[in-house]
Structures are given as C-alpha cells and as structure tokens.
Design a protein around this ligand. Structure first.
Ligand code: DC
Length: 226
C-alpha cells in the first residue's frame, strides 16, 4: 500500500532539502508541490497576466496542463508542455507563486494532480497544506519551522550559490511578507494540522535537522504500522 509523509511549513525551513534526503534514504518519491504554484506563476507572467489577477487567471487555467515528472530521482515541472524547472527559483517567481496560490480556483486546479501522485506512489510531499487539505490521511505529518532570521540566512546562501543577485535584507523582508500572505489567505492557508508533529530547526545544522526528522518519521511509521 502506498503511504505518504506530509511536510508543511513556511519558506526556508529546510523542507525540500530535508525531504529530498529522507526520500532517498527511505526509498520514497519526493514531491515538491511549491513547484506547481511556481510553474503557474511563471506561465502567467509570461502571458503578461498579473499573478494576483483572479479574473484573468481563472479563464487562463482552462485547458492548461501542469505536470510533475521524475527523471533520475529529480523532479521536473511542465506547464503547457514546456519544462520550466530551470526558471522557477528566482525571488520574482517566489512572490508570483505566493500570489497565485491565494486564488481558490488555482488551488482547486492543482488539488487532484497532487492527490493522484500520492495515490500510486509512496511519497514524501512538501508544501503548505499537504497535511491539512491535500493528504489529510497522510501516515506522518510534520510541520517544519524555524525563526525568520535563520530561514532567511539559509535562503540567502542558496540564492548566492545559484548566482542570483540579492541582499540578506531583501530575502528576509520577502520571506516575512510571503509567510504572512501564505498564512492569512482564506483558501487553505499555511497552518499546522492538528495531528502534525512540530519540528523547529532554528538551532540545527542540516545534518542535525535530517537526523531529527528521520527519527520522528521512523517513530511515527512504527506506531502506525499496519
Ligand atoms: O515551497 P515554495 O517556496 O516553492 O512555494 C512557493 C509558493 O507556493 C509559496 O509561497 C506558497 C505556495 N504554495 C502553496 O500555497 N501550497 C503548497 N502546497 C506549496 C506552495
């Protein structure tokens, strides 16, 4: 039987890095759901549509295809048949993704695609509403968080590494803004599920976070063994 591990939390808490490592260790497919919102944000900007413009976005979704595929263990995201994976990690697209993700029709549009992946494969899926909305029956639910400063420090280092020009202050203020918007939207806001385990990685190195999360996951898997 396929089972799911849901990891939700604010931007930069380490969800994707940790989930990717755990997926490899546990033999699960890693699904980064943020890529779906990013791909849609990228596509709409390319069409000259403001990612917050609900009136134009709703008709633009009609007939549009967004898909996640996996190649050599790496996730790719396609929108309207085009692989946009390489273009969706900029600060501009982060903000576009956050804006577009607040539109209820967008969330409804992406809901089934996410459930379909988890129906056929055992997954570790990261996002904002996986434990609350997408996979309420996930076997393990984790809410991963850290202080804004430590999240911004990590995200800044990541962007530096990719050669994306920005400042720490800019990253921090974008992050605080995005967290606020993601947590305060009416439709499936970022929220800890009642049965999710809270893990705060503020004072951890990556290795410590991975070890802690792995222990939590293994413990929960054992408790819920069928
Ligand atoms: O995880 P990420 O930073 O790639 O996500 C980008 C944006 O997409 C995030 O600010 C909010 C939105 N998102 C969402 O609303 N629900 C998800 N399951 C994943 C992402």
């Amino acid at each position: 039987m396929a089972y799911a591990i849901a990891i939700d939390g604010p931007a930069g808490a380490g969800k994707s890095t940790i989930a990717r490592i755990l997926a490899k260790e546990l033999g699960l497919i890693y699904v980064d759901t943020g890529a779906l919102y990013r791909a849609l944000g990228y596509y709409m900007l390319g069409q000259g549509i403001d990612p917050a413009d609900e009136e134009r976005i709703v008709p633009a979704l009609e007939g549009l295809t967004v898909a996640l595929t996996h190649q050599n263990g790496e996730q790719r995201v396609l929108v309207a048949g085009e692989d946009v994976t390489a273009h969706i990690r900029t600060p501009e697209i982060s903000m576009a993704a956050s804006r577009i993700s607040a539109i209820p029709a967008v969330r409804a549009f992406l809901l089934q695609a996410q459930r379909d992946i988890a129906a056929v494969e055992s997954v570790i899926m990261d996002g904002r509403d996986i434990g609350t909305t997408i996979l309420p029956n996930a076997r393990v639910k984790i809410f991963l968080t850290a202080s804004s400063e430590s999240r911004a420090t990590r995200r800044y280092a990541e962007l530096q590494e990719k050669g994306i020009h920005t400042t720490y202050e800019e990253v921090l203020s974008d992050m605080v803004k995005r967290d606020y918007e993601d947590s305060h939207r009416a439709s499936s806001p970022l929220r800890q599920a009642d049965d999710a385990i809270l893990v705060d990685t503020s004072n951890d190195t990556l290795e410590q976070s991975v070890a802690r999360l792995k222990a939590v996951v293994m413990d929960r898997l054992q408790q819920t063994e069928e």
